[in-house]
Design a protein around this ligand. Sequence first.
Ligand SMILES: [Zn+2]
Ligand SMILES: [Zn+2]
Length: 171
Amino acid sequence: MAGEDGAAAPEAAQPRADPSPGSGGGGYDGKCVFCRIGRREEPGTALLPCESEGLVCFRDIRPGAPHHYLVVPVEHMGNCKTLKKEHIPLVEKMMEAGKNILQQNNFTDLNDIRMGFHWPPFCSISHLHLHVLAPASQLGFLSRMIYRINSYWFITAEQLIERLQTENAAS
Ligand SMILES: [Zn+2]
Ligand SMILES: [Zn+2]
């Protein structure tokens, strides 16, 4: 009875994928597109100059604004929900890299930008990535939905840091 559909579902025998950041030691998942991009194994994706060590920047494949970049750690890390307080410096570094990339592309009004993360399960790629959009005032209708502040599917970088800061108090 228990084995009846076992043959049809070989994956069931494997432990569930653990999305905790840094798991896997090597930090590389060959099946993950952002890991491949980080290692320059995706010729279709041009990396933008990014001075922050351990991070890469590139354009979002489906831009939701005139400027839409992604900031991604080279090492594979789980999505924003799996982050802990110790990751605050990383998030800050990603924000810094996002602002730099905007400035390099001649966008300087840093009050008119939106930076944040899709809250699981509302993200298609589990590898941690920061969305950087600008100008925020020019987001199209759909983008205003997808990257909406105070929604349960999108969290701004500032909100995430606040959340991580209070996390220890709760645990
Ligand atoms: Zn990855
Ligand atoms: Zn995303």
